[in-house]
Design a protein around this ligand. Sequence first.
Ligand code: FE
Ligand code: CA
Length: 530
Amino acid sequence: MLPPRTPNHSHGVDRRRFLAVVGALAGTAAAAQVPLADASAAPRPDIGFPFTLGVASGDPGPDGVVLWTRLAPDPLVPGGGAPGRDLAVEWAVYSDERLRTKVASGLALAPARLAHSVHVELRGLRPWREYWFRFRYRGHVSDVGRTRTAPAAGHPLRTATLATVSCQDYSSGFYTAYRHLVDDDPHLVLHLGDYVYEGAVGATAGARGTPVPEPARPAPRTLEQWRIRYALYKSDADLRAAHAAVPFAVTWDDHEVQNDYAGTRSQYEGDISALRAAAYQAYYEHQPLRVASIPRPDGGLTLHRGLDLGGLVRLSMLDGRQHRDVPPGGWGEAPASAAAYAPSVTMLGRRQESWLTARLRAGRAHWAVLGNNVMMARLEHEATPGARLWHDAWDGFPAARNRITEVLATARVRNPVVLTGDWHSTFVNDIRQDFDDPGSPVVATEFVGTSVTTNGDREVYGPYYGPMIRYNPHIRYFDGDRRGYQLHTVTRAEWRTDLRTVEFVGRRGGGVSTSASFVVESGRPGAQRL
Ligand code: FE
Ligand code: CA
């Protein structure tokens, strides 16, 4: 938004700049009429400490990132305790941890209609550098965040470290995984969905045993209730610390709206357009997303997008919920369905799919990575192929899956790796070009990460899914019983994935260990266990 060489204006307001900021936001933030007095008055607090939900950064590019915060002095009540008007917030970016060298600063709008969330799209930073940042509102100063820009386009980056997380049901336990993830110090976190869950929360939050204020308990239906749901999740200090320490690239799965929904359809309620629009808006308000993802008046929101880490990683973040058809074979476990093979059946929607295939074909990076919500590999539930499949995953959309794998196979996409959430289980899979043809080539490797908390310490999937694995020779590893995250260390020679497992989540303080490690050699799809 502002080049780093601009003189600093951390106190008071440069009116010309202020108007530029407001002007830049006007197209997206509706009536961007911020009273000048809000920013130019002496720093006199008129509300309580507003940065209760912490700070975050996300979607790094070579010259900038998105900085995020939200002003909510009382985040678990409707309205968040903020006034009903737009506010102006100061932000500053530094090149050093001790905040001595300010390289950019400015004023951002916190629109009331977006719950006083702040999304600053920085420009003019240097590639592949760490930066530190904070916000200020009338004498209130936020926590300091750390972020990192992406390498310059085509830069011959030697190593990148990515962490993948998904499925963090609040009532299932504590976010201990994030504490260990921060210690592992990855360059980027990919959140692959189920950031919040849509159900009611008990008075003492299930396994947590910590009190939940009454407004935060019901299953959210309204925009205000969805905002409170995100605020409840962000009341966890480990989650806030992770967002303050590492940039995130996020996508969603089903529970950000409703279990297993498809497009605007629910198996329980039919058309859920209004519920979805409220949930999508709250998602945008609480994630470090670019303005390109601002909710549209039609209730949609563009979430698929590309991120590149120099010449090493070409990451495509997918949205596997908003545009999908109702699975033709049924909502859950069901036999393979001929109707699901119709060419018109879509998982990504036509626009996203053509964006993805064009991006895959054009890519030159060493590793082509998909940030994906539900499992791409087949999971045969019985010995007879197709007798029983899980149709909410890509198994419900076989023709759509084949269109992707065909591009991976025929467009000479270099080293495809699929990173996936959803299953509260770990799978390491070979992706075959056509799962109906066991002789078809392996075209990619998939790492399905377990949950941060969901299922908690007691609900194990091993006894149910474990016996099925033998029907699936392309599944190289399965663990349905443990919580954690995955750490991926990427070089030109190999992709290494460590399965990071936390001891327990129902109490604080669980330790972490690596339960298994895998490598994918460049040029040879398929993971090998170390
Ligand atoms: Fe989940
Ligand atoms: Ca899910």
